[in-house]
Design a protein. Structure first.
Length: 462
C-alpha cells in the first residue's frame, strides 16, 4: 500500500483522492474550509446556479416574438422580478448539498478525510492543525489548495458594499446599481447575470474590449448584446479605489473620474493559496506570482510532491483542476497516463449568450502559430435558431491547412457549453472537417450548424 496525502478538497484534490483509492493507495485528504473547495462552495457551483435563474428571466423577457405574454403584455420591458434572498438561499443550499455528496463518496470509497490546515513539514511529511493535530507520513503528496480573489489595497472588501465574488451570496436584496470592476470571465459572467436579475450594471474594463482573452468575434457579439440590453460598459478605464458612501460606493478611475453605485464587485483576478505551506522547506518551486510550478504530469520541483488546480495557475478551470489531479495520481502510482495537453481543453464563459472554445484560436491563425482555414457560420441561418428566436451567435471552426484536421472551434449562443463537446471530440480525435460533416445531426437542431460549418471547409479533390 502506498500512502498518499492530498492537501485541499476541491476538484483537483477529491478527484485525485478517488483515483488514488481506485489504484489501491491509502489516502488521507485534508481540507480547511469544506469538501468541494471554492469551486463547489463559493465559485463555480454557486455562480452557475445564480446564472441559471438569470437565464430563465432572460428567456422569458425576450420571448415576446414567440407570442408569450408577461402580465398580458408583449413588451420586452414587461416587469419580471426576483426574490434575491430566495435565489441566494437556493444557491447556498445546492452548493452545500454538492459538498456533502462529494464528502460522502470520499468516505464510502475509503478516503480518510480530515478537517484542518495542512503544511509540509518535510519532503515526505504533512503536519495538520485543526480538529486533530498530527504528523502524517506520505510517499506521495498532492497540493491542491486552490486560489482566492485578488483585492486592491484601496478597495478592500467589506462584505456589504465592496464585494468579492465569494461574498455576493449573502446580499439580502438585489443591488440597485452594481459596478463590476474587471471584464475578464468572472466580471463578464456576473455583469450578465445581475443585469438579467434586474440590477443596473456598469462594467469597468481596463482593456479596449470585454473578455480580452477570448475570441474577438465572440467578444464583439457579447458587447453588442450588452449594448442592446442596456448594460453599460466603461472601457479602457482602470479602477484604482473603491470607497463606501452613506448610501453606496464610489469607484475612482485612474483618470480621476468617479462612478457611483450601490455596490461594487471586484473581479480583478486570483491569487494562489500557497502561503505558509512550507513549500520552500520542502523544495517546491513557485513563480513570481506564487503559483506552484508543475510539468504536464503535475510534478513539482520536489520528488514525490505534485500540485494541481488553481494553485498552479494552469488554465484555472474546475475541469482542468480535476484532470490535473487524476493525472498526478496516475503518474505517481504507476498507471498509464497522458500528459495534460492544453490544446484539448474546452472552456465556457457563462455569459448570455454563452461562449465556448476549444483548441487553437483566431489569435493562433493571426500570428501564424497555426497555418489553417476558418469559417464562421451565424446561428441566425439555423432553422432551430429561427424557431427559438435566436438572432445572435455563431459556430466557428478552424482546420489545419492541407490535412483539414479540426484544430479549434468557438461556439457563441444558447447551450454553447453543451454543443462544444462534439467539437472537443473532433479536436481530441483529430477528425477532419469531412468526417465531422458526414456525421448525422438532427434536423432541426443547433448542432446542425456544426456539420454545416464543417461542410463549408470542404475542399474538392483535384
Amino acid at each position: 500500500m502506498t500512502d498518499v496525502v492530498v492537501i485541499g478538497g476541491g476538484p483537483a484534490g477529491y478527484e485525485a483522492a478517488l483515483v488514488a483509492r481506485q489504484l489501491g493507495a491509502e489516502v488521507t485528504l485534508i481540507e480547511r474550509d469544506g469538501i468541494g473547495g471554492s469551486a463547489v462552495l463559493t465559485d463555480c457551483v454557486p455562480s452557475k446556479t445564480l446564472i441559471a435563474t438569470a437565464d430563465v428571466i432572460t428567456r422569458t423577457r425576450e420571448s415576446h416574438a414567440l407570442g408569450v405574454l408577461i402580465n398580458g403584455s408583449e413588451s420586452r420591458d414587461a416587469s419580471i422580478s426576483v426574490n434575491l434572498a430566495t435565489v441566494n438561499g437556493r444557491v447556498k443550499e445546492l452548493a452545500h448539498a454538492q459538498s456533502d455528496d462529494i464528502h460522502e463518496r470520499l468516505v464510502r470509497e475509503g478516503v480518510t478525510v480530515l478537517r484542518g490546515r495542512a503544511r509540509l513539514s518535510g519532503p515526505e511529511t504533512v503536519s495538520v492543525a485543526g480538529e486533530s493535530n498530527r504528523e502524517i507520513p506520505a510517499e506521495t503528496i498532492l497540493i491542491a489548495t486552490g486560489a482566492r480573489p485578488r483585492t486592491l489595497p484601496d478597495a478592500m472588501p467589506d462584505g456589504e458594499r465592496i464585494l468579492t465574488w465569494e461574498q455576493l451570496y449573502d446580499l439580502p436584496e438585489l443591488p440597485e446599481r452594481l459596478i463590476v470592476v474587471g471584464s475578464g470571465v468572472t466580471g463578464a459572467e456576473f455583469a450578465s447575470a445581475y443585469h438579467a436579475l434586474g440590477s443596473h450594471v456598469v462594467l469597468v474594463s481596463s482593456r479596449d474590449r470585454v473578455l480580452p482573452g477570448e475570441d474577438p468575434d465572440a467578444a464583439r457579439v457579447l458587447e453588442e448584446v450588452y449594448a442592446r440590453r442596456g448594460l453599460e460598459i466603461v472601457g479602457q478605464s482602470r479602477a484604482v479605489s473603491a470607497a463606501r458612501t452613506p448610501t453606496g460606493v464610489n469607484v475612482t478611475l485612474e483618470d480621476g473620474r468617479v462612478i457611483t453605485g450601490s455596490h461594487v464587485l471586484m473581479a480583478v483576478g486570483s491569487l494562489p493559496n500557497t502561503d505558509d505551506l512550507g513549500l520552500d522547506e520542502a523544495g517546491v518551486a513557485t513563480d513570481t506570482a506564487g503559483f506552484i510550478t508543475v510539468d504536464r504530469v503535475s510534478r513539482t520541483s520536489a520528488r514525490g510532491i505534485y500540485a494541481a488546480g488553481d494553485c498552479t495557475g494552469v488554465l484555472m478551470l474546475a475541469s482542468v483542476a480535476a484532470m490535473q489531479g487524476r493525472i498526478a495520481m496516475w503518474h505517481a502510482l504507476g498507471d498509464a497516463v497522458t500528459p495534460l495537453d492544453r490544446t484539448m481543453v474546452s472552456s465556457t464563459v457563462f455569459t448570455d449568450p454563452e461562449i465556448a472554445t476549444v483548441g487553437f484560436t483566431q489569435r493562433d491563425l493571426d500570428n501564424e502559430t497555426l497555418r489553417g482555414d476558418v469559417v464562421l457560420l451565424p446561428l441566425a441561418t439555423n432553422a432551430r435558431a429561427k424557431m427559438q428566436d435566436i438572432d445572435v451567435g455563431f459556430v466557428k471552426i478552424i482546420c489545419r491547412r492541407g490535412t483539414r484536421i479540426v484544430a479549434g472551434a468557438v461556439i457563441v449562443g444558447p447551450h454553447a457549453s453543451e454543443l462544444i463537446h462534439a467539437l472537443t471530440l473532433a479536436v481530441d480525435q483529430r477528425l477532419t472537417v469531412d468526417q465531422l460533416a458526414l456525421t448525422f445531426t438532427v434536423y432541426p437542431s443547433l448542432s446542425g450548424s456544426i456539420a454545416e460549418a464543417a461542410r463549408r471547409l470542404h475542399i474538392a479533390a483535384e
